[in-house]
Ligand binder design. Structure first.
Ligand code: ATP
Ligand code: ZN
Length: 296
């Protein structure tokens, strides 16, 4: 019997949401606290819990068939693998809209900096040497790369580099180290990747089913079911305000000739501003409900 293995981060910023996504996709696992391997209880899909940096290699080697990892890590490791094997590649099947971060060039606040060309002849500390090298090449800049596995942000104050390329989400760490982010090297989020190894037909089928479910969970997470009452005369106006809604359902309200009930699935985020706009257009009794699953 074919079983698929999915690799996710064991403990870190991607762990909880990766697991949640798989569970919402209908997978249940026999969890064991200390073990790295969770057996799939309801489908032939098992989980491997590992360091995020190991996920691309597990996929490239065919140990796992699917993996959830940040694009930053995946792309860095693919470039690294290409140094040994030029054809190495991983296919990104879906971006997951969590784990957002940006790989940024940051320079000391007091360093004069206008453009990447100012980095010529300087040293850049980073944990992402491959992505940094590619970016420097694209910019036509000749700088040295100092590879560090952690504490990259203190390199300029230690004098081991003049600037850094590091992941940034809020910028607090940078400010604490008197650095300012200047250029974006890569914008990243978590994504599902597949192994380049060829699968047999049942495994391929299972993988397709899983992906459809993941896509359904992802779409449902953004979607809301909106119900409201609207003056019949302003139906078109009100429908146009509903974000990402296709042809809403319109129902008559018993005993109220000029008013109808409108039900719609909004596939884009519904903000308070939308509700206020709906109200101004004459809508009343507006309800916004979460959508749990979606199958197109
Ligand atoms: P591991 O022990 O698995 O190697 P780690 O320390 O490398 O963990 P985390 O800090 O948990 O990794 O980050 C995992 C991923 O989360 C990053 O590679 C990146 O894709 C994403 N991420 C999202 N926001 C941030 C952030 N502010 N800083 C760092 N990574 C972030
Ligand atoms: Zn890591």
């Amino acid at each position: 019997m074919t079983r698929l293995k999915i690799a996710i981060q064991k403990s870190g910023r991607l762990s909880e949401q990766s697991l949640q996504l798989l569970e919402r996709s209908g997978l249940a696992f026999a969890k064991s606290k200390d073990k790295l391997f969770w057996y799939g209880r309801n489908l032939p899909v098992d989980l491997l819990l590992v360091r995020d940096d190991d996920i691309p290699r597990l996929l490239l080697e065919g140990v796992c068939q699917l993996g959830i990892v940040g694009e930053n890590v995946a792309q860095e490791k693919i470039l690294e693998a290409r140094e040994r094997k030029p054809a190495a590649d991983l296919e990104a099947l879906a971006r997951l809209d969590f784990g957002h971060c940006r790989l940024m060039l940051a320079v000391p606040e007091d360093m004069p900096y206008n453009a990447p060309a100012d980095l010529d002849g300087k040293r850049l500390a980073t944990s992402y040497p491959q992505l940094t090298r590619r970016w420097l090449q694209e910019q036509g800049v000749d700088a040295d790369i100092v590879t560090l596995n952690g504490a990259v942000e203190i390199a300029p104050s230690l004098g081991t580099a003049e600037a850094i390329v590091d992941l940034v989400s809020t910028g607090t760490t940078l400010r604490a180290n008197h650095l300012k982010a200047t250029d974006e090297v890569l914008s990243s989020q978590a994504a599902v990747y597949r192994s380049p190894r060829v699968l047999d037909a049942p495994a391929e089928q299972l993988l397709a089913t899983l992906l459809t479910r993941i896509e359904g969970v992802r779409r449902a997470a953004e979607s809301k079911y909106v119900m409201l009452h609207a003056p019949r005369a302003r139906l078109a106006e009100i429908s146009a305000i509903l974000p990402g809604a296709e042809s809403p359902t319109v129902l008559t309200l018993e005993g109220q000739g000029d008013k109808v009930a409108v039900h719609a699935v909004c596939t884009e985020q519904v903000f308070w501003e939308h509700l206020e706009e709906l109200k101004r257009a004459g809508a009343s009794a507006v309800l916004v409900l979460p959508v749990e699953k979606m199958l197109a």
